[in-house]
Design a protein around this ligand. Sequence first.
Ligand SMILES: O=P(O)(O)OC[C@H]1O[C@H](O)[C@H](O)[C@@H](O)[C@@H]1O
Ligand SMILES: [Fe+2]
Length: 185
Amino acid sequence: MRTNKVFIPEVFFTNDCLTGEDVVKSTRVLGDLDGVFQDKEAYGKMNKEQAVYHVSSYLPVLENTPGGLFMGITTLYPGKVGQEYFMTKGHFHSNSDRAEFYWGVEGEGFLILMDERRNVWAERMFPGSLHYIPGKVAHRVANTGYQKLVFSACWPSDAGHDYATIADAGFARRLVDVNGVPTLV
Ligand SMILES: O=P(O)(O)OC[C@H]1O[C@H](O)[C@H](O)[C@@H](O)[C@@H]1O
Ligand SMILES: [Fe+2]
């Protein structure tokens, strides 16, 4: 199932929108993304303290609660490591059949998806793009623009994050700048 529906945003979310004791904020700096990018030489020369993305997560119920929902806002900065765009770590869900919605709020980029047979495809993200991520599909987002990319997400509170599978085998294809054009290679 591949869907890429569009809605019209009336409110632009930012990470600052979400506040309260059930909101968890985190930042991933370049040093947290060791092993994620292909060009190790370019990565080695970059400042590891540089922020790549911020996530604010609204967790109104406890992690692993069946039937609940979480919501997040991610701000992903523009940049590249070599020719590869700044991107999120990416993950499957620990409860592998759990689905998720992502939607574009600001900026431009791609949602990169990979199923369990390692087929990879990408959906363009822009303000108002809406993306249904089926269960058993790994997901990561790349910023291909020159400004920050803001997207939001809604996922089941019992989905969990499985980073280990991606850390071990990565995605089967990478989104790189080929003569100025974002290309899956
Ligand atoms: O968890 P990452 O792969 O680093 O992606 C960053 C974040 O993106 C979205 O906001 C998701 O809903 C979060 O669950 C995820 O943590
Ligand atoms: Fe997810």
